[in-house]
Design a protein around this ligand. Structure first.
Ligand code: MEZ
Length: 558
């Protein structure tokens, strides 16, 4: 496993990759070196067209990422996809395990200046950065992973919003109050009511903001715990996260916003009065340096991919899989508490009922929203599939094998583009008839046939007598029939930094920490005990916009 620099020997010089200036040593965006990879090998999209592999690593939901996210010059290469998927992927100069995201060199005296530093390049971070930039602030985004997008990039089902033009077009009668009520009820009323109201009230504006940047959120479906269809996603039911990440990335690039990957904020800097004055960063190439800034926004996500911390707060979730990207370890929360931030609802951790068994792949709730049912190993339904996630997860864990099958037909398959991805990942079992499907998944055929017939009767009569499922979008009568075995997995951490409705981070004395803002999953209070599907992207955009606007204002911009 010789690193790429060695493999290029005799074919290219150091300058071919790094350019003749020595600037690369301080460039953690890695844009310069990537430009040179592309110059010889072609763009990611061009590589994707050439690729013959069944799973095409150059054409993934990660979107347009740096070549150097996987191909490393001086250490063993490693396909980033392997962070979550068990693919048998060969990569030139490849090793068996990832190299550390940040290989920090010596501390430096270097101190840069910005108006606003954003920690984390998921949807909340990008949104905050774009908003602050558009208000006139000089913004730097710092991301510890080798790619941008965070967990938002994996978001599947959609973005909740009430009173949007897309709902109106489809005749869906929704209201801000109803979205607020659903959010509070779904959260067991543990939510901070003011934050939940901000979420609902600004949701349509956030959809408009995203569509103004070029996003398509015209398809509207249903998620568990929602009284009406309000989950917005691209036409045909494509995954929302990869799409909006691409849109946000493109908009940040168009604005020349400074984005540094492989860079970890190790400390938030403050003055003697406790006012935030910037951050200390450990960059892969540039070592440790400071950025002096008037405001800092923590948008670094939750901690579902930190099994020790999850088990600390919820011992019963020890050893459970997660649907999250590997960077979701709660570092932003730690950075906040280190400067005195208060925390809220840390033990409220959501397990998502449908992660494909034996994997980290989330099977979106939209599959159930579009008509799939949950069936146990006896071939029987056991729960209202559109109940909230806490209840659906508990019901699955009470079944034999602590798993269940998500069963659907070709009608459901065709209604939701994302399902194609599950076939691609070999997660789906199928049968030409229900009997064939029952044989494939080893459940009693007569029971499965009776279950589906009973469900279809409920659809015809618009009444699910047994489980009171509130929405019955289609009967399951169109062959083929499909099943995915699912188990609950750690999906979302509702707790985090305590914030105001203006996204200011609160200290333990109840006062805001001057110059410190936060948005997204690393904050607590919006969702209470249980987040409704589709409320996460909604939160990242709404509170990202608020944090960006208020941080820019704090920095003296308007
Ligand atoms: O908001 C989510 O977590 C979500 C919509 C997930 C999903 O099932 O698609």
């Amino acid at each position: 496993t010789e690193p790429l620099a060695k493999l290029h020997q005799g074919k290219a010089t150091c300058a071919d990759c790094h350019g003749s200036s020595k600037k690369i040593s301080v460039d953690d965006s890695e844009k310069g070196v990537n430009k040179n990879c592309v110059g010889c090998h072609g763009t990611l999209a061009e590589m994707g067209k050439k690729s013959q592999e069944e799973v095409n690593p150059h054409k993934s939901h990660l979107g347009d990422i740096n070549c150097t996210a996987c191909h490393h010059g001086h250490t063993a290469s490693w396909a980033y996809c392997l962070s979550c998927h068990p693919f048998d992927m060969k990569i030139a100069g490849g090793g068996a395990t990832p190299t550390k995201a940040t290989a920090v060199t010596k501390p430096r005296k270097r101190a840069e200046k910005a108006d606003v530093v954003v920690i984390g390049a998921g949807a909340a971070g990008f949104t905050a950065a774009i908003t602050a930039h558009d208000a006139g602030a000089k913004v730097v985004i710092i991301e510890k992973q080798p790619i941008t997008g965070g967990n938002s990039m994996l978001a599947a089902g959609g973005m909740n919003a009430a009173e949007t033009p897309f709902q109106k077009e489809k005749g869906i009668a929704d209201s801000v109050d109803l979205m607020y009520k659903d959010t509070m009820t779904g959260g067991g009323n543990l939510n901070d009511p003011a934050l939940a109201m901000v979420l609902a009230k600004n949701s349509a504006g956030s959809v408009a903001w995203l569509t103004g940047l070029g996003a398509d959120l015209s398809d509207v479906g249903r998620m568990g715990g929602a009284s009406v269809n309000r989950t917005h996603r691209p036409k045909g039911g494509a995954a929302v996260g990869a799409h909006i990440t691409e849109v946000l990335r493109r908009n940040a690039d168009q604005r020349n916003i400074d984005i540094r990957v492989n860079s970890k904020v190790v400390k938030i800097l403050e003055d003697k009065k406790g006012r935030v004055t910037g951050v200390r960063v450990a960059g892969k190439h540039s070592g440790e340096y400071s950025i002096n800034a008037k405001a800092v926004i923590i948008a670094a996500g939750g901690f579902s991919a930190n099994p020790e911390r999850v088990a600390y707060y919820r011992p019963e979730y020890k050893g459970m899989t997660t649907s999250n990207q590997p960077g979701a370890t709660g570092d932003g929360i730690d950075l906040g508490t280190a400067v005195g931030a208060d925390l809220k609802d840390m033990k409220e951790i959501q397990i998502h009922p449908t992660v494909a068994a034996g994997s980290r792949t989330l099977i979106t709730e939209a599959v159930r929203g579009n008509g799939a049912i949950l069936v146990n190993h006896e071939g029987k339904r056991f729960v209202n599939e559109l109940t909230t996630r806490d209840k659906a997860s508990a019901a699955i864990l009470a079944q034999k094998g602590q798993s269940a099958y998500l069963v659907f037909d070709d009608g459901v398959r065709k209604s939701l583009k994302q399902i194609d991805g599950y076939f691609h990942l070999n997660l789906v079992q199928q049968g030409a008839t229900l009997k064939d499907l029952a044989a494939a998944i080893k459940v009693p055929a007569d029971a499965l046939e009776a279950t589906v017939a009973g469900y279809n009767k409920g659809v015809d009569e618009k009444n699910d007598a047994e489980f009171k499922r509130p929405d019955l979008p289609r009967a399951l009568r169109t062959a083929k029939y499909y099943a995915i075995e699912v188990k609950p997995g750690v999906h979302y951490t509702m707790g985090g930094l305590k914030i105001t409705t203006g996204s200011e981070v609160l200290a333990k004395d109840g006062k805001s920490i001057a110059g410190l803002f936060a948005a997204g999953e690393g904050t607590g209070g919006v969702h209470g005990k249980n987040r409704l599907g589709g409320n996460s992207i909604s939160q990242t955009i709404t509170f990202g916009r608020i944090a960006g606007e208020n941080a820019a204002k704090f920095a003296g911009k308007t």
